[in-house]
Design a protein around this ligand. Structure first.
Ligand code: TXA
Ligand code: MG
Length: 325
């Protein structure tokens, strides 16, 4: 076995933090059964202590250690999509530390689909609590360098698995109540999940949905760059850019097509025109555009169901950046 992975597993057992790659984003991991280790995650991220963490497990046989009253739907989804970018919210096992669940009666669980993460989970042979390895409220990391930039010395070891394949966080489905709820959209879509469950999970703001629990991915402001970010319908971009140029503002643009004409003061970045590629590059693109120090970032507003999860992240990035939308 990879000796870095062995060192990482030993550090986790000793109550230290380890950052590791998953197929979605990099995670900041701690031994989920050790409340003192879990407390270090909150300190490193600057995250409020009542925000629950996802527990990553090596295989589905570990479900019973962390959850109780597991419904058949959970086994169906686990069989179909694990390892993969899906987190299930289930009723917690009584032994799960409050530090992990934020004191809620539920726990988030997933098996990530990344060879290094799986090797680490098998070597550790337990649950690894891990949020995205970024400062609270900022853009999630999709490379080891992003983690270093954000958290630096706060992490003892960063396992480098290259850029994350999916690029945005897992889909979260709450199965702790009577009806499945989609707490956070992801690249694994509500339709994919609906095909397995026989009906699509409800959004928490659906009138039929019961009042929902907290999830920091659901906070309005999240995944935010420091530069004000504005979502723009494609046909409003030219006029908005013209106005900005008149105001002598420097603008960075993220769009799925090239600039229609040369514009001074505008740095135009072309993103992949299909959702899979767009999501893969999204956080690296936002970080790169943020680093330009422009007055604003204009992002072409995506349209349509396949873009749901991307639109969700962009909306929160806009809200978190403090720009007027
Ligand atoms: O793709 C991912 O899910 C990544 C990788 C590292 O696995 N993790 C991630 O973690 O995005 P984090 O902490 O940044 O986001 C986890 C989300 C939060 O919005 C949290 O509130 C929610 O999951 N969550 C965790 N446990 C929950 C629970 N018991 N009930 C409701 N929401 C929960
Ligand atoms: Mg996060």
């Amino acid at each position: 076995m990879n000796s870095e992975v062995q060192r990482a597993a030993a550090l986790l057992s000793a109550g230290e933090l380890v950052a590791f790659p998953t197929e979605t984003v990099y995670g900041l991991g701690a031994d989920a059964a050790n409340p003192a280790a879990v407390a270090k995650i909150f300190a490193a991220k600057g995250r409020p202590a009542d925000h629950p963490l996802i527990v990553h497990i090596p295989d589905a046989t570990h479900l019973e250690r962390w959850a109780r009253e597991i419904p058949p739907e959970a086994h169906l989804l686990a069989e179909k999509f694990w390892p993969g970018p899906l987190t299930l919210i289930l009723k917690r096992h009584p032994d799960v530390p409050d530090a992990v669940t934020g004191g809620q009666d539920t726990v988030g669980l997933r098996i990530p689909n990344h060879p290094l993460a799986l090797e680490l989970l098998q070597a550790f042979n337990g649950g690894i609590a891990a949020p995205s390895a970024n400062k609270f409220g900022r853009i999630s990391p999709t490379t080891a360098q992003h983690v270093r930039d954000d958290l630096g010395d706060a992490v003892t070891l960063i396992l480098d698995g290259g850029p994350c394949q999916v690029g945005i966080e897992s889909t979260i489905v709450d199965l702790s109540g009577k009806r499945a709820l989609l707490l956070r959209p992801g690249m694994l879509s509500a339709i994919d999940i609906g095909r397995v469950l026989g009906r699509v999970p409800l959004s928490p703001d659906d009138p039929l949905a019961p009042p929902t629990v907290r999830a920091s991915g659901m906070l309005e402001a999240h995944y935010a760059p420091r530069t004000p970010l504005v979502l723009m319908p494609d046909d409003s971009l030219p006029i908005a850019l013209r106005n900005a140029i008149v105001q002598k503002e420097r603008i960075a643009v993220l769009a799925t097509h090239p600039a229609p004409f040369e514009m001074p003061q505008v740095i135009w970045h072309v993103a992949p025109a299909e959702p899979t590629g767009y999501a893969h590059d999204l956080y690296a693109n936002l970080r790169a555009l943020d680093a330009l120090g422009c007055d604003r970032i204009y992002v072409q507003k995506p349209l349509g169901q396949p873009w749901q999860a991307i639109y969700d992240r962009l909306k929160r990035a806009a809200a978190g950046s403090g720009a007027f939308v």
